[in-house]
Structure formats: structure tokens, C-alpha cells
Design a protein around this ligand. Sequence first.
Ligand code: TYM
Length: 341
Amino acid sequence: MVKPPAPRNMAKRVFSGVQPSGSLTIGNYLGALRNFAKLQYEADCLFCVVDLHALTVPQDPKELHQRTLDVARIFVASGIDPNRATIFVQSHVPAHSELSWLLECTTYDGELRRMTQYKDKASRQEVVTSGLLTYPVLMAADILLYQSDEVPVGDDQKQHLELARDIAVRVNNRFDEEIFKVPKPYIPPRAAGGRIMNLQDPYEKMSKSTENPRGNIGILDSPDEIRKKIRSAVTDSGREIYYDEENKAAVSNLMVIYSLCSGQSLDEIQSNYADSGYGDFKKDLAEVVVETLTPIQKRFAELSEPGVIEAILAEGRKKAEPLALPTLNRFRDRLGLLTHS
Ligand code: TYM
């Protein structure tokens, strides 16, 4: 059944972003993108390729350019309809950077230094830019600029979202007025894809920027690559297949991927494989993953025709900017900045 297009005045506003900082993984898809596609039917959604966020670590300019287009293509290929949701590039709406600066001046240095992602990334970088530290403020700006009600993300973004909420509450209290909506996180539990783990290390999150890429399933990986990576995925001791995040971390992660790709519940999977070992389970898992990703890859290839995704992004910018400006201007005004004509 074809659902009617989402009217602009839908009650709920949803915002989320994805960084063009590496090859997108099935973790991005299961934790975030597939929920984006669902939410577009119930809310006015904005999905953003957050290119400015990617600059916090060194990027090859050509690759950044290509990846920005590719992330937008993956948005559409995973089911986001550009006629229903707004798809755009963060740096095309300069209000994000401007609001980020204004919010930096209401955020404390200590709050940013406490962020676990900052501590983790900073400890691994030779050069730590101040952008890496202030990154969560830019993320808060992305969200607050659009008066977002809900933000669908994986559970690694939870702390950043809490900061965005704290900043919104602080500003609202200061001016005794709702300048910003206080956004709610939309984070699936682990068993529903909130944190997909690396196939080579079930205690490390699957990540675009991992040092362990053999443990990532890329959204654009070929069927053979997917089969190979799943075949060599680490497993736990004992042959049994059941869900137990603590004692069966590797198998539990594979079961979550299986469940989300096939639509079968974790219980069904457990009983289907009660009498088989890891070999059969992994073979079937590879096929359900290939079946899930193949249609996305086909649509992605169709979108590679020059000009197609660029036109979608140009349209997206035109829709996003007028939504952002009233909030920015109101905040500028309350801060005492002069209005310009
Ligand atoms: P990013 O680009 O690292 O990831 C994009 C989305 O994918 C989710 N994700 C995962 N979910 C489950 N399992 C995993 N292994 C996994 N890896 C990544 C992320 O949680 C995210 O939802 N800071 C954000 C981008 C951002 C943003 C925003 C998000 C910038 N501004 C405003 C929401 C709202 C990031 O780096 O996501």
C-alpha cells in the first residue's frame, strides 16, 4: 500500500545525522538507517550528511567529497524517500555552524572533556583538534536548530544526546522561554540493533573508523566479502546458540544481526538452531545478510548516475534552511546580537 506523503505540519519532528567518515557498516544500517526509513511515515524527518563533523579528524578532500555523496545515496537506497523526508548536507546550511558557536558559549569545558567518545578518540589520535572536543556542541546545534522532538541513533550517541538536552534546558531556563525543544533519544535496545559489535571482537562496537575492518560488514560489501567475513567471525566457547550478551557476546551479536535481517525473533532463531553448530548458523546468517543488502546495493548503483543525488541534496537544502533560520534568529535576538536585513 502506498502511504500518503508526510505533510510538513506533522506533529513530530525527527532529526538525525550520519558522518561521511568511512564506509558505512551494517551497524549504521541496523542501529540507525532502518529506523530513519520507518520514522518517515510518522514524522516530519530531516536526515543530514554531517560533513562538518567528519572534519574533526584529517580527511582526504577527494574521499570526503565522494563519501558525502555516497552517504546521501545510501540514505535513499535504504528506503528514505526524498519526497517524504528532507535529505541534505550539513555544511549547505551555515546556520549549523553559527548556532554551534553560540551554543559553545553556553557549554562548559568540563562537560566536553567528560564525553567518553572524546576521551576515547583523543587517546588514539596523535593530534587532537579542538573540533574533536567541541563536536558534541555541533551535534546539539544540528538537533536544536530544527526543534526536533526525537533523534534516532545507536546507543553510542546517548551521551551526546544527553548533552544536547542539557544545553537546551540551560538556554530555556536562562531566557525563561522555550527557545529550543528538548529532544528525546530514540535508541533501540541492544537486542534490536542499538549496538552492533565488531565480528572479530564482540566487545568492540562495529565502527566505520575501526582498526579492525575485517570485523565490519560494509553496506556495500559484495556477497562474497560478506560470506567470508561471517565465516571468519569469532564465536564463543561451547557450541550452543542462544542469546546471552555477557557469556555469549559473539553469538548474541550474530543472532541480533540474523534477527533484524530475517524478521525472526531471537527465540525462533535459538530453537531453529538448537541441533546445529555454528557452521550452519553462520552459513544461513550470511545469506540473510546478503538478501538484506543486495536490494540496497542495487538502488545505490542506480543512484550513481551523475546529477541524481546532487539534485536531491539541492532540494533538501532548500527545505531545511527555512526551517532552521527562525530558531537561529530568535536565539540571536535573545542573546542581544543585532538583527541584519
Ligand atoms: P555516526 O556517523 O558514527 O553513525 C551514524 C549512526 O549509526 C549509529 N551506529 C551504530 N548503531 C548500532 N551499532 C553500531 N555498531 C553503530 N555504529 C554507528 C550511530 O549511533 C548513528 O546513529 N555523532 C553522530 C552523527 C551526528 C548526529 C547528529 C546524529 C551528528 N549530528 C545529530 C544525530 C543527530 C555520529 O558520529 O554518527
